[in-house]
Design a protein around this ligand. Structure first.
Ligand code: PAF
Length: 279
């Protein structure tokens, strides 16, 4: 695996790949890699000639400074994991390589996407995600880019951005990878104590409960029952919403096809996110 730290160097390398008409698969990450990331890399390796992973903990997407400071960093283990799965290239830029002094940030109106769920609860978060993914897309110019469905709304934001700025990049959604008991894999899981790890399973269980309730109740009734269950748990629910997966409208009385339940809850001070298609 080749490791690049400098934008200029990886750009030269990519020019060469492009001149040889190689397809490039790209997996942007913030490191602390786990099986979820591994599945994205494997998917990319399956369908592209060359796979590039970036590891960059992007400061502009953290609306909470404590969350940024506590974000797990484990470069040595990341490199080892990527080598083991024969990733072709790792891009490990510094903040200065990504955000050059004269860099003009892209502007895009996300509409409802910025007003509900993560958009509502993490002001500025998607602006930061767009900044970094736009910049990485400019540098890497991949054929396909792979994102996990666990961050369901992020995927929609990135699709919108890719269309809006006419990037000729296929955005490939990849299924959420779960632990054996159902907990969605996340870099943040590394911060859970043993007890919290058990408690965190409640998020997955609440989504399963919603799936079971969906045929019998309206979305709002479903939401109410789930919210009450969280009150009895040790978790602090930030939001539980059932949405239309296309428009991101919150469903109240009527169901739509493939309605998605989106949950965010705190286990101690660790913020975890998950979602599930209900019908
Ligand atoms: O999903 C993530 O890990 C990040 O939001 C991303 C897409 C790598 C941008 O920093």
């Amino acid at each position: 695996m080749i490791i690049f730290y400098k934008t200029e160097e990886i750009e030269t390398f990519i020019l060469d790949l492009k001149s040889k008409h190689k397809t490039i698969g790209f997996v942007p990450t913030m490191g602390a890699l786990h099986e979820g990331h591994v599945s994205l890399v494997k998917e990319s390796k399956l369908v592209c000639d060359f796979t590039i992973v970036s590891v960059f903990v992007n400061p502009t997407q953290f609306n909470n400074i404590a969350d940024f400071e506590k974000y797990p960093i484990n470069s040595e283990s990341d490199i080892k994991i990527l080598q083991e799965i024969a990733c072709d290239v790792l891009f490990l830029p510094t903040k200065e390589e990504i955000y050059t002094a004269n860099y003009v940030f892209p502007k895009i109106d996300l509409g409802l996407l910025d007003q509900v769920l993560e958009g509502k609860h993490r002001p500025g978060h998607f602006k930061g995600v767009i900044q970094v993914v736009y910049r990485l897309f400019e540098i890497i110019r991949p054929t396909k880019a792979f994102f996990g469905l666990k961050d369901f709304q992020q995927l929609a934001v990135i699709k919108k951005m890719t269309d809006f700025f006419d990037f000729n990049i296929a955005i490939i959604p990849c299924k959420t990878i779960r632990e054996n008991d159902g907990l969605a894999m996340s870099s943040r899981n590394m911060r859970l104590s043993q007890t919290q790890r058990i408690e965190a399973l409640f998020i997955f269980e609440s989504l399963i409960l919603a799936k079971n309730l969906a045929p019998k109740l309206s979305p709002i009734e479903c939401k109410k029952i789930i919210e009450d269950r969280y009150l009895e748990s040790s978790l602090k629910l930030e939001y539980f919403e059932i949405i239309n997966p296309e428009s991101f409208e919150i469903l109240i009385t009527n169901w739509c096809e493939n309605a998605v339940a989106c949950a965010v809850a705190y286990v101690g001070d660790v913020r975890l996110i998950d979602n599930m298609v209900l019908n």
